[in-house]
Design a protein around this ligand. Structure first.
Ligand SMILES: C[S@@+](CC[C@H](N)C(=O)[O-])C[C@H]1O[C@@H](n2cnc3c(N)ncnc32)[C@H](O)[C@@H]1O
Length: 259
């Protein structure tokens, strides 16, 4: 199975429980940081492509901040939920991959990849291909904004196996990769055990991501015809400057199409 197929299988399998399992993620705070970056570095318009929109949480957050949103995602099951999300009425939701987006999307002021869609691009050339695809969907001066995990986050979070005990639900996670190295693929195994009555149900999935150093991101952006104009560390949803690959959880990148 390819890494993309593993990602698709993982999100299709978990789609129905995604919002609940991910309830602690502050999508609203993250959308604020993205919107601020777009206001500061973008061309001023409000047309936004939410690439890797999942169940539409980020799409609705952007709409609430005054953007005219189109969303797409790799997982048809996630897209089906986005279409039913309260507050998302009228937002077009499509299915497609970051490296090969749905046809007919052009002239956006911003492409936003919120909460790690770009981290799932594991191929050596995957980020460049996705950034190039995003550039083709932007008007001149438009920006791609995306977040990626730091190496420190991968090591802290997946370096040792962990179990979350929530009574009738246990979630276990551990890194399958023997070592977690910069600019390398990190394979994490998640197992979700849920009790219904006397029966326990198990859902297993692998999340295959790739860490990218700031240098690798800049090189990929340049090769895609974009320039990284800002990089901020993220601690939760608070910005920290300059980004620190050991200390911070994520880095928020802004790459601009010239013009
Ligand atoms: C953690 S979720 C974030 C969803 C949404 N942006 C939000 O903030 O709620 C990551 C999403 O990225 C999507 N994704 C992963 N790899 C992708 C790819 N190659 N192309 C498009 N979407 C992808 C997954 O299907 C998943 O819905």
């Amino acid at each position: 199975m390819s890494h993309t197929d593993e990602t698709l299988a993982a999100y299709d399998a978990i789609a129905g429980r995604y919002d609940e399992l991910n309830a602690r993620m502050d999508t609203s705070g993250l959308a604020d940081r993205f919107a601020e970056a777009i206001a500061r570095h973008g061309p001023g318009g409000r047309r936004l492509l939410d690439a890797g929109c999942g169940t539409g949480r980020s799409s609705v957050a952007f709409r609430e901040r005054g953007f005219e949103v189109t969303g797409y995602d790799l997982s048809p099951a996630m897209v089906a939920l986005a279409r039913r999300r309260p507050g998302a009425e009228g937002i077009p939701f499509l299915t497609g991959g970051l490296e090969d987006p749905p046809p007919g999307l052009t002239g956006f002021d911003a492409v936003a990849c919120v909460d790690l869609p770009m981290a799932y691009l594991t191929g050596e050339d995957g980020l460049r291909r996705a950034l190039e695809a995003a550039r083709r969907r932007l008007r001149e001066g438009g920006v791609v904004v995306f977040d990626l995990n730091t190496i420190g986050y991968y090591r802290r979070t997946f370096g040792t196996p962990a179990v979350a005990d929530q009574g009738d639900r246990f979630v276990t996670r551990f890194a399958v990769s023997p070592r977690i190295e910069p600019d390398s693929v990190v394979v994490t195994q998640f197992d979700l055990f849920e009790r219904t009555g006397e029966r326990w149900e198990r859902v297993s999935m692998r999340h295959v991501q790739r860490h990218r150093s700031g240098r690798a991101v800049r090189e990929a952006a340049e090769a895609a015809g974009l320039r990284v104009v800002a990089a901020h560390g993220l601690a939760g949803t608070e910005l920290r400057d300059p980004p620190d690959e050991d200390e911070h959880d994520r880095v928020l990148y802004v790459a601009r199409r010239p013009g």
